[in-house]
Design a protein around this ligand. Structure first.
Ligand code: RIB
Ligand code: CA
Length: 333
């Protein structure tokens, strides 16, 4: 079977890291390139973290640094409230007095010796997609700035993208504000450009990712394998469970979502997603209370053409088993 060619656009990030590892380890995916964007952390950290993950797995995947700021959203006065205020991140300390965070600045891996590519991520996306046979799937797992910029720079890429499967948005579940999910909230105009691009889009929102959590038991199992890749994921799961227990307690006790890994897993095995519905989705870019909300039209006869497949649920067992099997394939120390 031919491998699916994929470009990931990441703001690495603990859950982005697991998604990248799964893509590199999957026999079904040819990871053509990684582009980075500011999001979870500023661009120096997200790029450096991406290089750390690629080097950990000894993969030959080029990394391209992308946009350090959202397209236009910060131009609107007072638009961005304090995300940390919304979630309480940084206001709680663990028993050792360390700040509890979803993502540390640097992943717990050695500083990279490999280097990023000289070309900007947006130009890389345009060049690579235009030269392609239309066979590349894009998996964005951060704010959609790079992709929207590429679409504005060269609209013809939209006919060249096979599909987009992005992590972001919410149907009934939100995190950045009471109405928005972080990746979309961070650059709502970019998200609106992408969902209305005409490319086949699958949205993997919080409603799905919160149904596919990893638990501390999963982390213990990964740790017992004693491989660098499984060890890293075990550590990230533990950190994330601490953060979710502190700020967003989950229905499944001592568990946390690995949002981005679910979007990547859906390219390998679409059945990790459940209850996928084609809907009209637009992003609120008004700057009001619902700024950055992914507005999903559930009416039988929406005013505008349905444009996004929205996953409302996920198969936790299937997802966790897939990620574990990929990590299992990684050699021991
Ligand atoms: O809301 C979850 C998303 O925000 C994930 O992509 C996570 O990495 C952060 O970017
Ligand atoms: Ca991310």
């Amino acid at each position: 079977m031919t491998k699916q060619r994929v470009i990931m656009d990441v703001d690495t990030g603990s859950d982005d890291a697991v998604a990248i590892m799964a893509a590199i380890l999957s026999p079904d995916i040819d990871l053509v390139g990684l582009t980075t964007v500011a999001g979870n952390k500023e661009i120096n950290f997200t790029t450096d973290n991406t290089l750390r993950v690629v080097e950990l797995l000894g993969a030959d995947v080029p990394v391209y640094r992308g946009c350090e700021k959202a397209m236009v959203c910060t131009l609107l006065h007072n638009r961005h409230g304090d995300y940390t205020g919304a979630t309480g991140v940084g206001t709680k300390l663990d028993a050792q007095g360390r700040k509890i965070e979803y993502h540390t600045d640097c992943l717990p891996l050695p500083a990279p010796t490999i280097r990023e590519q000289p070309e900007h991520a947006v130009f890389y996306l345009v060049d690579t997609l235009m030269r392609s046979d239309g066979d590349i799937v894009l998996v964005p797992t951060g704010p959609l700035t790079n992709l929207a910029m590429a679409m504005r720079l060269q609209p013809k890429i939209c006919q060249k993208i096979k599909a987009i499967c992005f992590m972001g948005g919410g149907f009934k579940v939100f995190n950045a504000t009471s109405a928005s999910e972080f990746n979309i909230w961070a650059d709502p105009e970019a998200a609106q450009i992408v969902v209305t691009s005409g490319v086949p889009v699958t949205m993997v929102p919080l409603d799905a990712t919160h149904r596919a959590n990893f638990t501390l038991d999963d982390a213990r199992e990964l740790r017992s394998w004693n491989t660098p890749a499984a060890d890293l994921v075990a550590t990230l799961v533990e950190e994330r469970v601490a953060a979710y227990n502190a700020f967003q307690p989950q229905e499944l006790p001592d568990s946390a979502p690995l949002h981005d890994a679910l979007a990547l897993a859906a390219v390998i095995d679409p059945q990790v997603l459940r209850d996928v519905r084609l809907m009209r989705v637009d992003v609120d870019i008004s700057g009001g209370f619902a700024d950055g909300q992914t507005i999903c039209d559930t009416r039988a006869f929406p005013d505008r053409t349905p444009n996004v497949r929205v996953a409302l649920d996920a198969d936790r067992e299937r997802f966790v088993t897939l990620i574990k099997s990929l990590l299992r394939s990684c050699p021991a120390r």
